[in-house]
Design a protein around this ligand. Structure first.
Ligand SMILES: Nc1ncnc2c1ncn2[C@@H]1O[C@H](COP(=O)(O)OP(=O)(O)OP(=O)(O)O)[C@@H](O)[C@H]1O
Length: 799
């Protein structure tokens, strides 16, 4: 609920306004609201009765489905008719179910409208028009049945952008038919809840601070809310940008990147409702918790959810069947566990390097070279016979012009191999192994052979000849089915050896140097080489090798497995992607426009430390198709929390971050002598925070292991009626109450109160921990309490 006190306090400050005119404005708007609600009720009644009828239809058809079908299986014709009649009945049911769903959605939409039909009004006089039109803006539109009166405009309608973008005075907005110019005479905002007019006031700002203040002061929920009533001008530009194929948003923590992305999805679905479906939009989410957290926004706006994926799912689907693939979280945990050891340092160096631009360019160059030489093939053998050796394949492959590209070359080689296989099968027909295999033929094989001979006119005159033909066919069938797996492998291009190709980079020093942009081996190359041999040897793939391997694999196959039907790709937390991952997504979704959102101050994974900010993303499309937007105002946290968090960052990175003016309690730092005392203090604190009414409290630990310990220690100390949820990798739901989770699962989400489990110098002492600590602290909306067992992190100490 909006905290009315905030609005009243602010509203009171405007007391220069004439009280009488204020009252008449209220009366006027109350009258209008009553009228609109009457309309909504009328429509609701109608839709409810339609819904009842449709439900009756569906239930009726289901119950009588089999009665209305004529069943007769006596002969082929009757069977055909029975089938047709079942299909007709099924079509009817599908159609009625669809109309039932449409009616249900209409009822839902009208019920939402009855609660809160609109949130703004603008009066706009188009140049040349006689008078200004009053335009009321809500989550969805409402017009009279004859279509003559527009009671409410959808927030996504072209004219609604006036509300978000412009102040009273001369104004213009874009429509698909061109720009419309005129005068914006009035901007009015409303708070309507449960069909009651709570507040109404005029504003000169783009979107008044008063309402935003009130909205931001609300307690958080376990899932994200839509922001349509308070979209800010800079966010609106992102939401409505249709000009660019690639939109990159760099925005401070809490600046509304995810919110803007989701409203943009809703906007696109509205704008292109005849040609775009939610299934054609994919959002890449950082983790399963986030997936659940954002899944309510679109349904609340009356739209179906887009697809959500994580990068991990993409990798798993492609190479997960053949290899044990480490995921990003497992990698992060391992790096944390091995921190300070020689092995740990070497691994970290490798992870850092493999997420770098240097490595990406090295592999790109390597792929270029592969089009001239060096492709590796698996020899094509059967029963010890070499049907095609790796050398022969290579010769054939490089005999095809390079300009044909990897995909065509692989397809041509496949054709050649299948032909070879066919003539090899021919040469084997008299061999004893074929005879033996033919003797094992089962009834089905014999039946097939028999049918073939019959088709050729056999089994009529000379029985002897027919038997011979049967035997020959059976042998051919036996040979063919023996080589079937080989044929299938050829179809899947399994004669290519992507792992061999990948490992070659670490087997040949000179090859690596020749491909590296500066001709140098990276520091730790030998360690990486030994590690790669060792992991691939046991069919495991480190996370840092997974995308490069997949990229090479898909490249040498000619990027066959693309998702061309996807029209829009959204990538949240984009700063955490390596250049390989960015390039891979572009290839995998070749037709998609991309909206990429991130914050380089929250680049917490080792894999993206060297990726060069957003470089990996901005090069994906031509400069004229690309737009970089910046969001600097942080809306999530109170001003004291934003100021506190900013100080964790180097000045140059913090300078662009502005808090939205919302007051609150100053963050509190508590240093405890040891972790035992830390757990005691935090347990007490949680009791207080719950008593103060904070509905979501996030206790954020650095790693999953630490989170597990923290959850156990808190459960021991807190009474049973305080449920403590330990959120780990697999769980997708964020409950109300106290959640204990590792830093990387807190990405993108927020809590009323954040308790930082142990911000000591031991846990967050190094430069690379700085962004992590910043990310953790910026999860707080209203309250931030930081605890440390022993010496405080240096990133917090100097204050
Ligand atoms: N225009 C707005 N009106 C109301 N609330 C807003 C607005 N913009 C952002 N917020 C609120 O600010 C909070 C942060 O928004 P969001 O999660 O979209 O930011 P973000 O940039 O993705 O953050 P982060 O990078 O830290 O994950 C949310 O609670 C969101 O509802």
């Amino acid at each position: 609920m909006i905290q009315q006190g905030v609005l009243k306090a602010r509203y009171g400050k405007r007391s220069g306004i004439n009280v009488a005119s204020e009252q008449s404005m209220r009366d006027e708007e109350q009258k209008r609201l009553t009228e609109v609600l009457e309309q909504v009720e009328k429509r609701l009644d109608k839709e409810l009765s339609v819904l009842g009828d449709r439900r009756g239809d569906v239930v009726g058809i289901r119950q009588e489905f089999w009665d209305d079908v004529r069943m007769n299986f006596s002969d082929a014709t009757e069977m055909g008719e029975t089938w047709t009649s079942i299909m007709q009945q099924k079509e009817l049911l599908i159609e009625r179910e669809r109309s039932h769903r449409v009616a249900f959605e209409a009822v839902e939409r009208l019920a939402r409208m009855h609660d809160n039909p609109y949130f703004a009004r603008i009066d706009f006089k188009e140049d040349g028009a006689e008078s200004a039109e009053q335009i009321y803006i809500g989550r969805s539109s409402l017009s009279s049945e004859d279509g003559e009166t527009y009671w409410v405009y959808d927030w996504r309608a072209p004219v609604s952008s006036l509300f978000y973008d412009q102040e009273p005075g001369p104004a213009a907005f874009d429509t698909p038919g061109g720009e419309i110019i005129g005068d914006l005479a009035l901007k009015r905002q409303f708070v309507i809840r449960g069909g009651k007019l709570k507040h109404v006031f005029d504003t000169n700002e783009t979107v008044g601070d008063d309402i935003l203040q009130a909205v931001l002061s609300e307690r958080s929920d376990t899932s994200m809310k839509s922001i349509v009533a308070t979209i800010q001008k800079e966010q609106n530009q992102i939401i409505r940008d249709e000009r660019h194929r690639l939109i990159v948003v760099q925005g401070a923590a809490g600046s509304g990147k995810t919110s803007a992305a989701l409203q943009r999805v809703a906007y696109l679905l509205y704008r292109y409702r005849d040609s775009l479906t939610p299934e054609q939009i994919v959002l890449f989410s950082p983790n399963p918790v986030f997936k659940g957290y954002v899944s309510r926004v679109l349904p609340d706006l009356g739209e179906a959810n887009m697809q959500q994926k994580t990068f991990r799912e993409l990798i798993e689907a492609r190479i997960g069947r053949r290899f044990e693939v480490e995921d990003l979280f497992a990698q992060t945990e391992r790096l944390a566990a091995e921190e300070g050891t020689a092995e740990g340092e070497a691994r970290e160096k490798a992870v850092r390097y493999k997420g770098s631009e240097h490595y990406f360019r090295t592999v790109e160059k390597y792929l270029e070279r592969l089009s001239e030489e060096g492709m590796r093939f698996k020899p094509w053998r059967f029963r010890g016979d070499v049907i095609a050796s790796a050398e022969e394949m290579s010769r054939y492959y490089y005999g095809i012009r390079a300009s044909e590209g990897f995909g065509t070359r692989a397809a041509k080689l496949r054709k050649w191999l299948l032909e070879r296989l066919a003539s090899w099968v021919e040469s084997q027909l008299d061999e004893p192994w074929v005879e033996e295999a033919a003797e094992l033929a089962d009834d089905e094989d014999i039946q097939r052979a028999y049918v073939k001979v019959r088709r050729k006119g056999g089994f009529r005159d000379s029985a002897f000849d027919d038997e011979e033909q049967m035997a020959e066919i059976l042998m051919r069938q036996a040979a063919e089915s023996a080589v079937e797996p080989l044929r299938r492998a050829a179809k899947a291009l399994r004669f290519l050896d992507p792992v061999g190709v990948y490992l070659e980079l670490f087997r040949s020093r000179s090859l690596f140097k020749a491909c590296a942009p500066d001709g140098n081996l990276p520091d730790g190359w030998e360690w990486m080489a030994a590690r790669a041999e060792e992991t691939f040897g046991r069919k495991a793939v480190d996370h840092e090798d997974a995308t490069p391997l997949q990229y090479i694999m898909d490249a040498i196959e000619g990027f066959r497995k693309v998702e061309g039907e996807i029209k829009h790709l959204f990538v949240d937390e984009a700063q955490d992607y390596s250049p390989f991952q960015a390039a891979y997504l572009r290839r995998r979704f070749p037709r998609a426009r991309m909206t990429v959102l991130g914050d380089f101050n929250q680049a917490i994974y080792v894999q993206s430390q060297e990726s060069g900010g957003f470089g990996g993303w901005t090069r994906l499309m031509a400069a004229e198709d690309t737009k970089v937007w910046k969001l600097g105002t942080s809306y999530r946290s109170t001003r004291p929390i934003v100021d506190f968090s900013k100080r964790i960052l180097p000045d140059e990175d913090a300078s662009g971050i502005r808090p939205f003016e919302r007051d609150g309690e100053a963050p509190v730092v508590t240093i405890c002598p040891d972790s035992f005392e830390l757990a005691n203090k935090i347990a007490e604190d949680i009791g207080r925070l719950l008593k103060d009414g904070h509905g979501t409290i996030g206790v954020i630990a650095k790693t999953a292991r630490e989170g597990g310990n923290a959850a156990a220690l808190l459960k021991e100390r807190l009474p049973d009626e305080v449920p403590v949820t330990h959120v780990s990798g697999g769980s997708a739901n964020l409950p109300r109450g106290v959640s204990v989770l590792p830093s990387y699962l807190a990405k993108g989400i927020e809590f009323d109160a954040v308790v930082v489990w142990d911000a000591s110098a031991v846990r967050y002492g190094r430069e690379k921990d700085r962004k992590l600590l910043y990310t953790v602290c910026t999860r707080a909306l209203h309250v931030l309490h930081v605890y440390s067992a022993g010496t405080l992190s240096p990133w917090l100490a100097e204050r």
